[in-house]
Ligand binder design. Structure first.
Ligand code: C2E
Ligand code: MG
Ligand code: MG
Ligand code: MG
Length: 279
């Protein structure tokens, strides 16, 4: 009897796996079409100085404007895009779009010419042989000051080919581009790597920020991460600030910048422009 049950549960497992695979390949096919049919859109989430509360820039976050499902968030399809290699095309598109938009904002609001745009790069992207040339080309085409572009990378993306990645990051930095380590604390964090990555800023993952006002361990971890980043001469950005309590704690601990629903959700282009008029 136990055997029969065991077999049954394998069947359930197989069915679930098959459903997942079918769903994933459907998503892949749809995503390919989305790229071709221009169903992707870039949203912009304000990044705010925790000292002055001024908006210092935006993070570009891709969205899929799906004909049936409406706006689909990056968390739902970026992992598939990365697995299938579609993220390479997608990231180039997002980068070009985001740099173009930032240039437009700087022209529209000349007094805000220090605004920066942060763009996420997938692990696949970092090991592209023509990455540096391609990014220089986009900067030239859009006429954006390289100092106004921040590329966000994760430790997990670097860890597969650390030597190659560190080399590439060094070249990007020479161009004047700023680099930021995203989701800090969740990846394969190694302090010796942290020292070798030529990054300008650290983004503390929102899973820590989220809990810091209710969980003292998270609070102490955030405190230690801020101290570590600042000691290494980096700018610290706290992700996922949702409450005034979290904001107060981060300000007390001297985090430089912050981002989160407390300030604003990622906004479509027109709403981001309105946001800039006010902040
Ligand atoms: P990420 O780069 O760490 O981006 C932050 C994510 O946290 C975004 O989710 C953002 O909407 C969400 N977020 C920001 N503030 C809050 C908050 O206060 N509360 C909560 N609950 N969430 C908040 P999103 O846009 O779904 O993106 C998920 C991930 O997908 C990103 O994480 C990034 O790793 C990836 N991603 C997004 N756009 C791109 C892209 O253009 N290219 C690549 N390669 N990856 C991207
Ligand atoms: Mg990011
Ligand atoms: Mg993050
Ligand atoms: Mg992430």
């Amino acid at each position: 009897r136990a055997k029969a049950q065991g077999k049954g549960s394998y069947q359930v497992f197989d069915t679930q796996m098959r459903d997942q695979i079918v769903a994933a390949s459907r998503l892949e096919r749809d995503l390919r079409h989305a790229l071709e049919r221009e169903q992707l859109e870039v949203y912009y989430q304000p990044i705010v100085s925790l000292v002055t509360q001024e908006t210092i820039g935006f993070e570009a976050l891709v969205r899929w404007n799906h004909p049936q499902r409406g706006i689909v968030s990056a968390a739902e399809f970026v992992p598939i895009a990365e697995e299938t290699g579609l993220s390479i095309l997608m990231d180039w598109w997002v980068l070009k779009e985001a740099c173009t938009q930032m240039k437009r904002w700087q022209q529209q609001y000349p007094e805000r010419s220090n605004l920066t745009i942060s763009v996420n790069l997938s692990g696949k992207q970092i090991i592209q042989p023509n990455l540096v040339e391609y990014i220089s080309q986009i900067l030239a085409d859009t006429d954006l000051n390289p100092q106004c572009l921040t590329l966000e990378i994760t430790e997990t993306a670097i860890i597969e080919k650390p030597e190659l990645a560190i080399n590439t990051l060094g070249k990007l930095k020479e161009l004047g581009i700023r680099l930021s380590l995203d989701d800090f604390g969740t990846g394969y964090s190694s302090l010796s790597y942290l020292q070798r990555f030529p990054v300008n800023s650290l983004k503390i993952d929102r899973s820590f920020v989220n809990r810091m006002d209710v969980d003292s361990d998270s609070l102490e971890i955030v405190r230690a991460m801020i101290l570590l980043g600042k000691t290494l001469g980096m700018t610290v950005v706290a992700e996922g600030i949702e409450t005034p309590a979290q904001l107060n704690l981060l300000q007390q601990m001297d985090s430089n910048h912050g981002q989160g629903y407390y300030f604003a959700k990622p906004l479509p282009e027109s709403e981001s422009t309105n946001w800039l008029k006010l902040k």
